[in-house]
Design a binder for this molecule. Structure first.
Ligand SMILES: O=c1ccn([C@@H]2O[C@H](COP(=O)(O)O)[C@@H](O)[C@H]2O)c(=O)[nH]1
Length: 276
C-alpha cells in the first residue's frame, strides 16, 4: 500500500487508528480457552469487531515469539486473517548487519518464503544505513524507524545532545536521506506530545507511527495539534486499552466500543483539519 492509498483509506474510514495486537494467553477471556488456539481466536474476534474502525493492525512480534513455535504460527495466521485492504505492521524492532537484516526483511515481507507479507516493519536505526537498506530494498514495503519512543528510558540516549542536535533529531535528519516519505515512517511516542512540532520541522511529509495513547496515557489531541500534516501523516496505535477493554464473553463488543470512541475523536479531528 502506498502513501496515497493509505491516505485514501484514512479519508474513507475517517480514522487513523492502528489497533495493536499484543495478546497474552493469561489475559484473554477464559471462555476462549476451549479453542484449539485461544490466542488466534482472540485475535480473530478482535479483528472482526474493529476492522471497520481502523486502518492498520500492529501485532508486536514479542507477544507471539514468547509462545515459541505455536506463537510464530499464530502470528502467521493472524496476519493472514487481517483483511488485505488494511495496513499491517510487524512491530519487531529489527536491524543487524546487512546479510542478517536481509533475512529479517524476508521474515516479514517475503510472503512466498515466510507466509507473511506485512506492509511495514519497525526497525532500530542504531546500526546505521547498511542495517536498514535490506528492508528498504523491498518494493511497496515500508520501514518504520524508531525515532522518539514512548517509554521513560527514551531520554537515556534519544535526547542526548550531539553536534548536530538531539540524537533522535539526527536519526530523522540522516535517515531521511536513505529513503523518502513514500518508504519511510518514524515511531514517535504519543507521550512525547511537546516534541511533535519539532518533529514536523524535520519530517514534514512522513507518516508517523504513534504508540502511547490508551494504556500509556498519551493524548490524541496533543499528538494531532502539531503531528497532523496535509495527508494526515499519523497512524495512532492503541493496544491494551482496546483489546483488553473487557475480559468476559462480550470482550469483542467492549473492544469495539473502545475503538469506536477513538475513531469518533479522530473523525472530529480530521473534520476540523478539513482533511475529510
Ligand atoms: O515507543 C514505542 C514503540 C513501540 N511501542 C509498542 O506499541 C504498543 C503499545 O501498546 P499499548 O498497550 O497501547 O501501550 C506495544 O506493542 C509497544 O511495544 C510503544 O509502546 N512505544
Amino acid at each position: 500500500m502506498n502513501k496515497k492509498q493509505l491516505f485514501e483509506r484514512i479519508k474513507t474510514k475517517k480514522s487513523f487508528l492502528c489497533v495493536g495486537l499484543d495478546p497474552v494467553l493469561e489475559n484473554i477471556p477464559k471462555h476462549l480457552l476451549k479453542y484449539e488456539n485461544p490466542v488466534l481466536e482472540f485475535n480473530k474476534q478482535i479483528i472482526d469487531a474493529t476492522k471497520d474502525l481502523c486502518v492498520a493492525y500492529k501485532p508486536n512480534t514479542a507477544f507471539f515469539e514468547s509462545m515459541g513455535l505455536k506463537g510464530w504460527e499464530t502470528l502467521i495466521k493472524t496476519w493472514q486473517y487481517i483483511p488485505k485492504d488494511i495496513f499491517t505492521i510487524a512491530d519487531a524492532k529489527r536491524g543487524d548487519i546487512g546479510n542478517t537484516s536481509a533475512m529479517y526483511a524476508d521474515a516479514f515481507f517475503n510472503e512466498a518464503k515466510s507466509e507473511m507479507g506485512f506492509d511495514a516493519v519497525t526497525v532500530a536505526p542504531y546500526m546505521g544505513k547498511d542495517s536498514v537498506d535490506p528492508f528498504l530494498q523491498h518494493e511497496n514495503k515500508w520501514v518504520i524507524l524508531l525515532a522518539l519512543t514512548s517509554n521513560a528510558g527514551h531520554s537515556d540516549f534519544q535526547l542526548h545532545q550531539t553536534p548536530g542536535g538531539k540524537l533522535y533529531e539526527e536519526v530523522i535528519r540522516i535517515s531521511s536521506q536513505w529513503a523518502d516519505s513514500e518508504k519511510l515512517m518514524y515511531v514517535v511516542g504519543a507521550t512525547r506530545g511537546s516534541e511533535f512540532k519539532n518533529i514536523r520541522r524535520l519530517a514534514p511529509d512522513h507518516f508517523l507511527l504513534v504508540p502511547g495513547i490508551g494504556a500509556q496515557g498519551g493524548s490524541l489531541a496533543d499528538v494531532c495539534q502539531y503531528g497532523l500534516n496535509k495527508e494526515c501523516g499519523l497512524l495512532v496505535n492503541s493496544a491494551r486499552a482496546i483489546i483488553y477493554a473487557g475480559n468476559g464473553e462480550d470482550f469483542a463488543e467492549k473492544a469495539r466500543a473502545e475503538a469506536l470512541k477513538v475513531q469518533q475523536e479522530m473523525e472530529q479531528i480530521l473534520e476540523s483539519a478539513k482533511l475529510i
